[in-house]
Design a protein around this ligand. Structure first.
Ligand SMILES: [Mg+2]
Length: 423
């Protein structure tokens, strides 16, 4: 067999080194969720994949509040000499499906895939969305992502606990960024209180749409009560009210469309959901699914079976956000606003600072590759911050020491508790 043309014409375009840097970037305030909290910062690991001809592609991943740098560095021996063009080979080198039973590297693969797509785009001078079929929109609309929050321990501000605080927070975000869809992250307080909050949002923001996501914390019976109680709200969808395909299947068709980012996050689960539908809306996460291209493939399957899709956020700095923007740019059937935690960040590590929202949307980057580059001063600053602060346990709540949730949860936080957190 003759040598592939890419290997002849791009003989220096092979991976020479892989670097990983963990950073800690502050949030406006700690974000509470059903299993714990983001403790006032995002810990993200930045990946730099360098080729023999001196280009550097960028990737990013989380780690549940911890560093993933060692796991990325351990991949270097797999990657040196590999051409960034060979994306299908990369998938099997890193996440062979049977070897993955022992070492699940799906999220590591995603970060390396972002970097390889970035490298290809840089090398041939086109944006990543042009490698994925070309963009069908120039901007991606986002939902406000509303969390219950502890007050920031340093400033004492930013708390979102009461109905009035939540509504004021949503109005402020809408005024500042232009969001027209609003997502309430719940599963923190007992469901009746969270429904009261959700309905207050809907009353305060007429003409907008809403989505509620208690992260699978509710029982089937509680889920059915929520469905009845929000029937007159203009719901985008109800996201992961309860755990399990069987539970969701029992709820499907009884109220709003059901969405998930927990039960259908790979192709086997997507196939199962096509054969025996349990959810309506598939939330595509460029990290959970193992890359931008996996999400594009999944979107194609969803289009075939008329399953709506939206873009999920598992936390992001600007590199991950760029992966979401390029995905959002090329999926024709993206009728829902995307999710992002991005507006909760105080800063970013990309050159030029945080990408701005205009009328609730962010422009799709059009420079070569992912279209974002690192600000190395910012990376150094937030890497130092990570060395000082360390990680945090995503599935623990700093305001409820010793607590952990059952699924379904039976021990909710108290919305009248003003104690907060300190560290
Ligand atoms: Mg969710």
């Amino acid at each position: 067999m003759s040598e592939p043309s890419t290997q002849r014409e791009f003989h220096d375009f092979t991976i020479r080194a892989v670097r990983a840097t963990t950073v800690s970037v502050p949030l406006v305030a700690p974000l509470r969720h059903a299993a714990g909290a983001h403790w006032g910062r995002f810990v993200r690991t930045l990946v730099e994949v360098e080729t023999a001809d001196g280009l550097v592609g960028l990737g990013e991943l989380g780690g549940g509040g911890e560093s993933a740098a060692a796991a990325v560095r351990d991949l270097e021996s797999y990657l040196v000499g590999h051409s960034p063009f060979d994306l299908e080979a990369l998938r099997f080198k890193i996440c062979n499906p049977t070897a993955s039973l022992y070492n699940n590297r799906t999220q590591l693969h995603a970060a390396v895939e972002f970097a390889c797509l970035d490298l290809i785009g840089l090398r041939i001078g086109v944006p990543v969305h042009d490698l994925l079929g070309g963009r069908v929109r120039d901007r991606v609309e986002f939902a406000s992502y509303l969390f219950y929050r502890y007050a920031d321990p340093a400033t004492g501000s930013g708390e979102v606990r009461t109905v009035d605080q939540l509504v004021a927070h949503a109005l402020e975000l809408r005024a500042r960024h232009g969001f027209r869809s609003h997502k309430l992250k719940g599963g923190v307080f007992e469901p009746g209180y969270e429904v009261e909050c959700y309905r207050a949002l809907a009353a305060a923001l007429p003409g907008d749409t809403f989505r509620y996501d208690p992260n699978c914390a509710l029982s089937l019976r509680q889920s059915m009560r929520v469905i009845d109680a929000i029937a007159d709200v203009d719901n985008d969808y109800l996201e992961d009210p309860t755990w399990g395909m069987g539970g969701m299947r029992a709820l499907r068709g009884k109220g709003p469309l059901l969405a998930t980012n927990t039960l259908v996050v790979n192709f086997e689960q997507l196939a199962a959901n096509v054969l025996a539908p349990a959810v309506d809306v598939i939330l595509l996460d460029t990290t959970f699914w193992g890359g931008i291209r996996a999400c594009v493939k999944a979107a194609g399957i969803c289009e075939t079976f008329q399953l709506p899709v939206a873009v999920h956020s598992s936390g992001e700095l600007g590199i991950q956000l760029a992966s979401m923007l390029h995905l959002g740019a090329v999926v024709p059937g993206l009728t829902f606003a995307a999710d992002a935690h991005y507006h909760h960040l105080t800063d970013d590590v990309i050159a030029g600072g945080k990408l701005p929202y205009t009328d609730g949307a962010i422009e799709v980057p059009c420079g070569p590759g992912l279209g974002v580059r690192l600000d190395h001063d910012k990376v150094a600053e937030y890497a130092e911050r990570y060395r000082e602060e360390g990680g945090y346990p995503y599935d623990r709540d700093p305001g409820r020491p010793g607590w952990y949730p059952l699924v379904p949860n039976t021990d909710w936080a108290d919305p009248t508790d003003e104690t907060g957190v300190s560290w």
